[in-house]
Ligand binder design. Structure first.
Ligand code: BGC
Length: 728
């Protein structure tokens, strides 16, 4: 009898699949779901809503509904872990391509590369049979201590929006759901489970939500991950306003809300406030909680009991199941996506291209770079030899290979003598989830390391210093924030000493965050190199040599000092403890003045501004013109002697607003590749929304009639041409 039922179910199911394949459209999917839901028992439905292992949920094997397998995300496909443990399972076939961190992708200002990134990582996920990629992350960079800033796309909502949409579409074009995270207001890591963010609606809608909204409404994201923290005293994995009112209500999100790992805390809120799929309960996402307790998850036994006892009905349950099935019909129940590809040359070349385009040339006095006529090159610094793919928390990767800067410099400048000096010791033994990087043993004292580097610098043609942060605890790492704005491990002292010994010092800063550079006037050249993944060394050598002309632009501001920025009081960060509820209130009193919006408006000169990035060539801008339909044109010419790319940036100022508005805001950008002497007319249309602010009382976007200015330039602090226009 059981066998007969199973066959019947299989036939029904096969029929619904066949129907859907005939049209492959949304209506077919809904029809298939309508057919399936009545066949699934209450117990099976509940089982679909929560994990069965660290990264999977069970599906309904009886009906051929497959398991859902999630994977981090967002920079490569995470190595397999044990069924019920965070540690690596030790497979030998799961070493992935490590792509550059999302800060680097944002720095390319190139949406086409975001698409390529998405397609490429989507293929890796598909090959590894993953249903959901836990990424991309688009939380706004609020201040330089944020431990996960390196996983996000910078401080500007417009930039993050333009970059996240093609990433999501690229991933999903391969039949893998992108899970946009961490929704929302997860802007720092310290106390991430107990921070309650207090933010006004205007700031929420103008700064913190746009990238999520774009990912959902334009990118069509099939999944969203709730974040750990609270908003309006409710955890964001089951937050009524954020999930029910805004995400599923205002934006019409039809996908699956997945909890962050251990982010669900309350059964009834989870049932009613929009959580669909629960993972990682009793862990903080990184540490180990009790084992094999999946039946005790909020959306497991307690939910079943609530339905059986009549405390809740089954409407929410069916809605959750519907969403999960919809995701499955788009991914592991869909046909025609192919099998993906893994660690192939095409993926390496995508990683190298993105890394090369994202590296930012911050400073280049006396045209020190590109490196030329070098007979002897001194490479200094731990980050020249350290594996950067391991560490940082859940985005840590087991990369098939990782080219170190030192190896790449040796290979690229094979005719030169390349000497290495350690210079400083940071984190000699990196590890994550049982995966260990090569131990970088060093016995010399700090002062001896500096002395040896300085001695070697004296007769070098170039001194290439690789330093920065390194994804160890407090150095760009999930779960903890940074504790100092300055460079760690005595690197300032090292740089001062090297700059005094050699006038061709190049500092390559490997980090996902801004750092202080008190020695900046003495070091002629600085590159911002991010965490670049498998092809890190090659991409850096491409830029150092001039094989790639740098065209990256900063996706966030580098302030001179932390106190210069918008976040400097305790109530803003890390917040004030509210003892009775055991929550820590953070107040976003800086409002919309985040990043360059703050520095510009308050006239505070940063070390390096948002949008800044130099090239080995130069670009000349013509005058901007605007017509009555707000079509703006501007000519840009490559006036140097090598090909290069310029990111033409459009900022809008509202000169007569009824509310305080930032002095200008990014509303368009266009990356143009130009040969020497070539010029191009760049066009922008300025839509009404680019003039608008969010009127919280009326709960709508408002463009006020009056005068506006369109500024066009090479960086937020390097405006080349401005044009006034009126909006009525
Ligand atoms: C992180 C998520 C990640 C999840 C699964 C959590 O700790 O916050 O970003 O996707 O773990 O590893």
């Amino acid at each position: 009898m059981r066998k007969y039922l199973f066959l019947l179910a299989a036939v029904l199911f096969a029929a619904s699949c066949a129907d859907r394949q005939a049209g492959n459209g949304a209506a077919d999917i809904e029809a298939s779901i309508d057919e399936l839901i009545p066949q699934i028992t209450l117990e099976e439905k509940i089982a679909m809503l929560h994990a069965q292992s660290k990264f999977s949920s069970p599906g309904v094997p009886r009906l051929g509904i497959p398991e859902i397998w999630c994977t981090d995300g967002p920079h490569g496909i995470r190595a397999e872990v044990f069924w019920d443990k965070w540690s690596q399972a030790g497979w030998t076939n799961d070493s992935c391509t490590a792509y550059p961190a999302l800060t680097c992708l944002a720095a390319t200002f190139n949406p086409e590369l975001a698409r390529e990134y998405g397609e490429s990582i989507g293929e890796e996920a598909r090959y590894r049979n993953k249903t959901v990629l836990l990424g991309p992350g688009v939380n706004i960079y609020r201040h330089p201590f944020g431990g996960r800033n390196f996983e996000y796309m910078g401080e500007d909502p417009y930039l993050a929006s333009r970059m996240v949409v093609p990433y999501v579409q690229g991933v999903q074009s391969k039949g893998v759901a992108a899970c946009v995270k961490h929704y929302a207001l997860n802007n720092d890591e310290v106390n991430r489970h107990t921070v309650n963010v207090n933010v006004d609606d205007r700031t929420l809608y103008e700064i913190y939500l746009p990238a999520f909204k774009a990912a959902v409404t334009e990118g069509g994201a099939w999944a969203v991950m709730g974040s750990y923290n609270l908003y309006k005293d409710q955890h964001l994995c089951h937050n009524e306003r954020m999930l029910m009112d805004i995400l599923k209500g205002e934006w019409g999100f039809d996908g699956v809300v997945i909890s962050d790992w251990g982010g669900a805390h309350d059964t009834f809120q989870a049932i009613r406030n929009g959580l669909d799929l629960e993972f990682g309960t009793w862990t903080d996402g990184l540490a180990t909680g009790p084992s094999n307790v999946y039946d005790r998850y909020h959306l497991a036994g307690p939910y079943l009991e609530a339905v059986r006892s009549g405390k809740v009905g089954t409407d929410e349950l069916d809605e959750k199941v519907r969403r999960i099935l919809r995701l499955q019909f788009r991914t592991n129940l869909a046909e025609g996506y192919g099998h993906g590809r893994f660690t192939c040359p095409e993926h390496s070349s995508a990683a190298r291209k993105i890394a090369g385009e994202g590296i930012v040339l911050l400073k280049n006095d006396n045209a020190v770079l590109p490196v030329r006529d070098a007979r002897r090159i001194l490479v200094v610094g731990e980050n020249a030899i350290k594996m950067m793919t391991i560490g940082g928390g859940s985005s840590s990767l087991k990369s098939k290979y990782e080219i170190s800067p030192l190896d790449a410099v040796k290979a690229r400048f094979a005719d030169a003598e390349v000497v290495y000096e350690r210079g400083y010791v940071g984190e000699a033994a990196g590890s994550q989830d049982g995966l260990r990087a090569r131990v970088l043993t060093e016995n010399r004292s700090a002062s001896q390391l500096i002395a040896d580097a300085v001695a070697a610098a004296k007769d070098a043609d170039y001194v290439l210093v690789f330093g920065g942060l390194n994804k160890a605890q407090h150095q760009d790492c999930e779960g903890v924030d940074r504790e100092q704005y300055g460079l760690p491990y005595g690197q300032d002292e090292l740089l001062e000493a090297l700059a005094a010994a050699n006038d061709k010092v190049v500092f390559v800063n490997v980090s996902g965050n801004a750092v202080a550079m008190p020695w900046i006037d003495k070091v002629p050249s600085v590159l911002q190199a991010w965490y670049l993944g498998s092809e890190a060394g090659n991409a850096i050598a491409d830029v150092l040599s001039g094989d790639v002309n740098p065209s990256g632009k900063l996706p966030f501001t580098f302030p001179v000092a932390m106190e210069d920025g918008p976040v400097f009081t305790e109530e803003q960060y890390p917040g004030i403890w509210r003892e009775e509820e055991n929550v820590i209130d953070e107040y976003y009193t800086e409002g919309v003045m985040v990043g360059y919006r703050w520095y510009d408006t308050k006239n505070v000169r940063p070390l390096f501004a948002f949008g800044h990035g130099l090239s080995y060539t130069s670009f000349e801008y013509g005058e901007a013109h605007i017509d009555g339909r707000r079509n703006l044109t501007v000519s840009v010419k490559n006036t140097g002697s090598v090909p290069g790319a310029e990111v033409v940036q459009l900022y809008i100022s509202d000169t007569e607003a009824s509310v305080e508005r930032p002095s200008k805001e990014l509303k368009g950008f266009c990356k143009v590749f130009l040969q020497p002497g070539e010029s191009r007319i760049v066009k922008f249309n300025i839509p009404e929304e680019a003039l608008s602010f969010f009127d919280a009382d009326a709960h709508k976007w408002v463009a006020e009639p009056g005068e506006f200015v369109a500024h066009v330039g090479s960086a937020s602090d390097d405006i080349r041409t401005s044009v006034h226009f009126n909006y009525r």
